[in-house]
Design a protein around this ligand. Structure first.
Ligand code: URA
Length: 236
């Protein structure tokens, strides 16, 4: 499975940076997970080792984050939810109004669809981890800006380090382009597997909001993406 079959011209360089995981407390990490390197190259600043030691210290730090102007308009930081040792992690775009109010990713209409798709492959939300590219709601549900994505990126990279999922599903364009370091759009990349870090794969999938907007054919594609996810979990 060479995108494990990378489309030609995709420019899909795994986004690894230079920071080592040495010296971190890995008590939140999945047993047997390989040592990870976090990519902070695109972040405007790095997080200290005291913050990076566990998912709970990272979360505590994130809850008070003022790295970008989204801090001024959010109701609360939507850090992420689920099993800290999950084999499967979803990365969405950013919180919407419901998520900003409740403090949990994917709890609105798109979230209900995501939950249905997860349950369709025999899992529950508690079995997986769900996070976003940006942890604070962009006002009016606008797209996150490059500076906001770069500011928030160290949190996502640290979540990936600490959870060490075997399969990372990037939901939609923002997560896919960020983690695969590509300009190629989701419609070309969805449902394929790409090597990620030492022993993981990324599977881009349609964003549930796009599925809700586009209806039947998109839903069939999303279900097909989840078949790929189920198979990857069984074999990776
Ligand atoms: N869309 C996202 O990308 N993330 C959420 O948490 C909710 C909707």
């Amino acid at each position: 499975m060479p995108a494990l079959s990378t489309p030609s011209g995709a420019g899909l360089t795994p986004s690894l940076g230079a920071r080592t995981a040495a010296g971190r407390d890995v008590s939140d990490r999945r047993p047997g997970a390989p040592g990870r390197r976090s990519s902070v190259a695109s972040g405007v600043s790095t997080l200290g080792d005291d913050v990076l030691g566990s998912l709970s210290t990272l979360r505590d730090h994130a809850l008070g984050c003022t790295r970008c102007p989204l801090a001024e308009t959010r109701t609360q930081v939507v850090f992420g939810v689920g099993d800290p040792h999950a084999d499967l992690m979803f990365v969405g775009e950013g919180p919407g109004a419901d998520e900003d109010r409740i403090g949990e990713p994917f709890v609105g209409r798109a979230g209900k669809l995501l939950t249905t798709l997860i349950e369709g492959i025999g899992l529950t939300r508690d079995d997986v981890y769900i996070a976003n590219v940006v942890k604070c709601r962009p006002p009016g549900n606008r797209d996150p800006l490059p500076f906001e994505i770069a500011s928030c990126r160290p949190y996502l990279e640290a979540q990936l380090d600490l959870i060490a999922p075997r399969v990372v599903v990037t939901l939609g364009n923002f997560a896919t382009k960020l983690l695969l370091d590509t300009k190629v759009g989701i419609t070309k990349l969805r449902g394929q597997q790409f090597p990620f870090r030492e022993q993981s794969v990324i599977i881009p999938a349609l964003h549930p909001s796009a599925v809700l907007r586009n209806g039947g054919a998109a839903l069939a594609q999303a279900r097909a993406d989840f078949v790929v996810i189920r198979r990857a979990l069984a074999t990776t």
